[in-house]
Design a protein. Sequence first.
Length: 617
Amino acid sequence: MKLNLKNIVIFSHDFFITILSFSLAVFIRLGDDILFAGEEIIASIMLGSILSIIFQYIFTIHRVILRYFSLPDAIKVLKYTNYYCLILWIGLFIFLRLENIPRSVLLIHYILLNTLLISPRVAWRIIREYQVQLGIIGDYRKKIQVLVMGVTPQSENFIRSTNRNKKSEYIVIGIIDDKDSRKGRFIHNVPIIGKIEELPVLLPKLKLNGELPQKIVISQNFPINELNYYLEYAGKLGLTIAKIPSVNEIDNTNDGEQKVNPIVLEDLLGRPQVIAATQEIQETLSNKVIMITGGGGTIGGEILRQIISYNPAKIIIIDSSEYNLYATNEEFKSYGNLIVYKIGDVRSLGLIDAHISKYKPNIIFHAAALKHVPIAELNTIEALTTNFLGTKNICDLSLKHNLEAIILISTDKAVNPSNVMGATKRMAEYYMNYCNNLGTATKFITVRFGNVLGSSGSVIPLFAKQIQEGGPITITHPEITRFFMTIKEAVTLVLNAVSLGIAEKEYSNGIFILNMGNAVKIYDLASRMIRLTGLKPEKDIKITYTGLRPGEKLFEELVYSHEEQIDTKHQDLMFSKFNCHNIINEEFLKQLVQVISECNELQVPIILKKYLTEFKA
């Protein structure tokens, strides 16, 4: 066992205290008559030396960090003294009978040894904590002064951590709490100063004492409505909000320091953590060959990240973007030959057929698509061939090669579509249903959901860029709303849906719908992002309106009114029965091929409206 200098000092202290404690106990009890117990004293030193080394090695009481000495450490010391005293006394009694030693010496010895071992540790911790608080250790003036929100186990632990750690970036100067009965009390020498609404009065008083808080630090478990309120209120006072890291986010290598995390947009959605059906997904994907179209994109890339942990036999990534494949390869290069990267377009039937013939995938995740509404409106042929014919190609090849399943990533824009992008994705849903009704062994699984935070081209990175540039933030309409969830939870739910769709027959004719929560007003989203940077909406960063773009709706929907919704065993996953007439037929497909061959951009919306009655452009 490697010992550093501090450990050697503590080990030596404990060793000498231990072997001399019996002699001291005898002296306390016998006084000048100690000479009559000389034989016992010498024996205790000799035997005690051996026992001390053995039990210090076993219980490692010398390896504790003294400034963090706490009850569990004291219990470890007690275990050490219990074993040491018991074996020592038994040994002395067996060899010397202890005829010259009063039995009360044993009690004195036990109490004395524990006192001499524990007291210096407690004293050292107290001294170090007061040194930190008084500024003797660490530069108080260079620390970030913060207020802590609420009296919770997390906040108490954060205060204790910052008090103990001389290298901590933070110094807690006060605690905010809603309960009047707690005002004026202290936690680890930090006062509870009052409610957040009292800060306009309290901050000038703190300033007079040389205390200028920069942040309000909150624990993880505040409700979303309270978090939004605190964020807005703190912004008015020029303070930012940060959060105490959860247990699995704490950097245990950094000498016990807890670094607070900034509030991010995901925190303000207020969505509970999605739980993956790990066992079911493992059974579905383990040892399978998986192909992902659009695997270099936002959704496809996250599918790759998550399915890797389920031990697939091989993963084939197909993407039309060379750069996307390069970036994905850089991220996953440590996986070696497990992942194959192929440049390919789902519109190229022969190329995709060749890849399927070569790699023989069991399951295809079809995430390749044109997804941006304005771009699709200006490129209707490309949108139709990618979103619909690309899906048709994947479905037809899945049937040809008898694949186990194909999973289509759909969108809420396919519900009552008002644009070409949504209409072509709705056509893809229809074709999946058409293939499913053929009654083959291949499972055709469609998963529909709304926007994901941070995806390429979404409003989140756009707003962040506009804020960084000083504004204004541009929104199409003051009342426009959208559904949002994180990429990670969306894909987790997709995998849950896949495990259900493959295993359960009742989910064979419809669409899985992800529970997106409540729709979010884009104006509110922009305002929250501004406040997250410590700025004020409309004052520091203006919000302007540009008008709805072609094909854009004020609000999106996740289901049709005629779709029968069924609950699944996953609370964030519904199944919607596909109970409408399927429009896929030879005449429709023939007309689409003709429009595409003529490259007639204007004719695409017309032909879509003719067959897709729900398309209202």
